[in-house]
Design a protein around this ligand. Structure first.
Ligand SMILES: O=P(O)(O)O[C@H]1O[C@H](CO)[C@@H](O)[C@H]1O
Ligand SMILES: O=c1cc[nH]c(=O)[nH]1
Length: 235
C-alpha cells in the first residue's frame, strides 16, 4: 500500500490507463475490461485491474492538474512497478483544424507549470515528450481503424480558467489543444525510465465555444480508450 493507493504490490498491471476523472476509470473498467476488480477507493480516486484481450491491464483515476497526477504517477511507478502509462483525458481544441470529438495524441507538451522550473531551474526549458514506440504503435492502430487522430504539441496548463494566456501565439506555434496533466506524466516517465503516452478526446472548442453532449462524448471517448488499450497490450 502506498500513501494514496491501497492496492497490494502485484495488484496493479505494468500497463495502466490514467483518466483524470475517477468515474471514467469506472466506465473503462466496466465497459472494456474483463473480471475487473477495484483496488483503490482512497479519496474516491478509483483504480481497477482486469484483462483486455486476455492481458492484464489497470486503470487509475488521477484527479485534475499536475500536482494530483504527479502523486499517482510517482506511486504507480515507484511503489507498484508500472512501466507503461497512458493518459486518457479530455482537452479543449485551440485551432480550426482540430474539431470537437477528434482524438488528439500529444507528441510533445508545452507547459506554464512550475514543475519544469522546480526540476531544472530557470535556464533550461525542458521539452516533455511522448515515448516514441508507444506513439508509433498508437498511430498505426488509429490508422488501421480509420480513426481521425491529430498528433502534435499540446499545452498542459496549471489553470483551467485562464484568460491571461496568449492563445493566439501558442496556436501560431503549433499548439493543438489544452489540457492539464500530460507535461508532468512525460517528465516523470523520463525521470524514472518508463514509457508514457497521452491521448485525448476533444470535449470543447476554445475558438467556437462548441461543446459535446454527454452521449456524443461517450462514443468519441471510446475511440481514445480503444487506441490506448490496444497500444497497451501490443508487443
Ligand atoms: O478529462 P480529464 O482527464 O480530467 O482532463 C481534463 O479535464 C480536466 C478539466 O476539466 C483536467 O484534468 C483536464 O486535463
Ligand atoms: O483542460 C481542459 C480540458 C478540456 N477542455 C478545456 O478547455 N481545458
Amino acid at each position: 500500500m502506498s500513501l494514496h493507493i491501497e492496492a497490494k504490490v502485484g495488484d496493479i498491471a505494468e500497463s495502466i490507463l490514467l483518466p483524470g476523472d475517477p468515474l471514467r476509470a469506472k466506465y473503462i473498467a466496466e465497459n472494456f475490461l474483463q473480471d475487473a476488480k477495484c483496488y483503490n477507493s482512497i479519496r474516491n480516486i478509483f483504480g481497477y485491474t482486469g484483462t483486455y484481450k486476455g492481458k492484464k491491464v489497470s486503470v487509475q483515476g488521477t484527479g485534475m492538474g499536475i500536482p494530483s497526477i504527479s502523486i499517482y504517477v510517482n506511486e504507480l511507478i515507484n511503489e507498484y512497478g508500472v512501466k507503461k502509462l497512458f493518459r486518457v483525458g479530455t482537452c479543449g481544441a485551440m485551432r480550426e483544424d482540430v474539431h470537437v470529438r477528434d482524438v488528439v495524441i500529444a507528441q510533445g507538451t508545452t507547459t506554464d507549470s512550475g514543475i519544469i522550473k522546480s526540476i531544472f531551474g530557470s535556464s533550461i526549458n525542458y521539452a516533455p515528450l511522448a515515448d516514441f514506440e508507444l506513439l508509433h504503435k498508437a498511430y498505426e492502430i488509429s490508422k488501421q481503424s480509420d480513426m481521425a487522430v491529430k498528433i502534435g504539441n499540446v499545452i498542459s496548463e496549471d489553470r483551467f480558467y485562464n484568460d491571461e494566456i496568449d492563445r493566439k501565439k501558442l496556436t501560431d506555434y503549433g499548439i493543438l489543444a489544452v489540457e492539464m496533466e500530460a507535461a508532468a506524466l512525460y517528465t516523470l516517465a523520463a525521470r524514472y525510465n518508463v514509457q508514457a503516452l497521452a491521448i485525448f478526446t476533444v470535449s470543447n472548442h476554445l475558438l467556437t465555444g462548441e461543446e459535446t453532449t454527454a452521449k456524443a462524448r461517450e462514443t468519441s471517448f471510446n475511440d481514445m480508450i480503444k487506441i490506448a488499450l490496444d497500444t497497451a497490450i501490443a508487443d
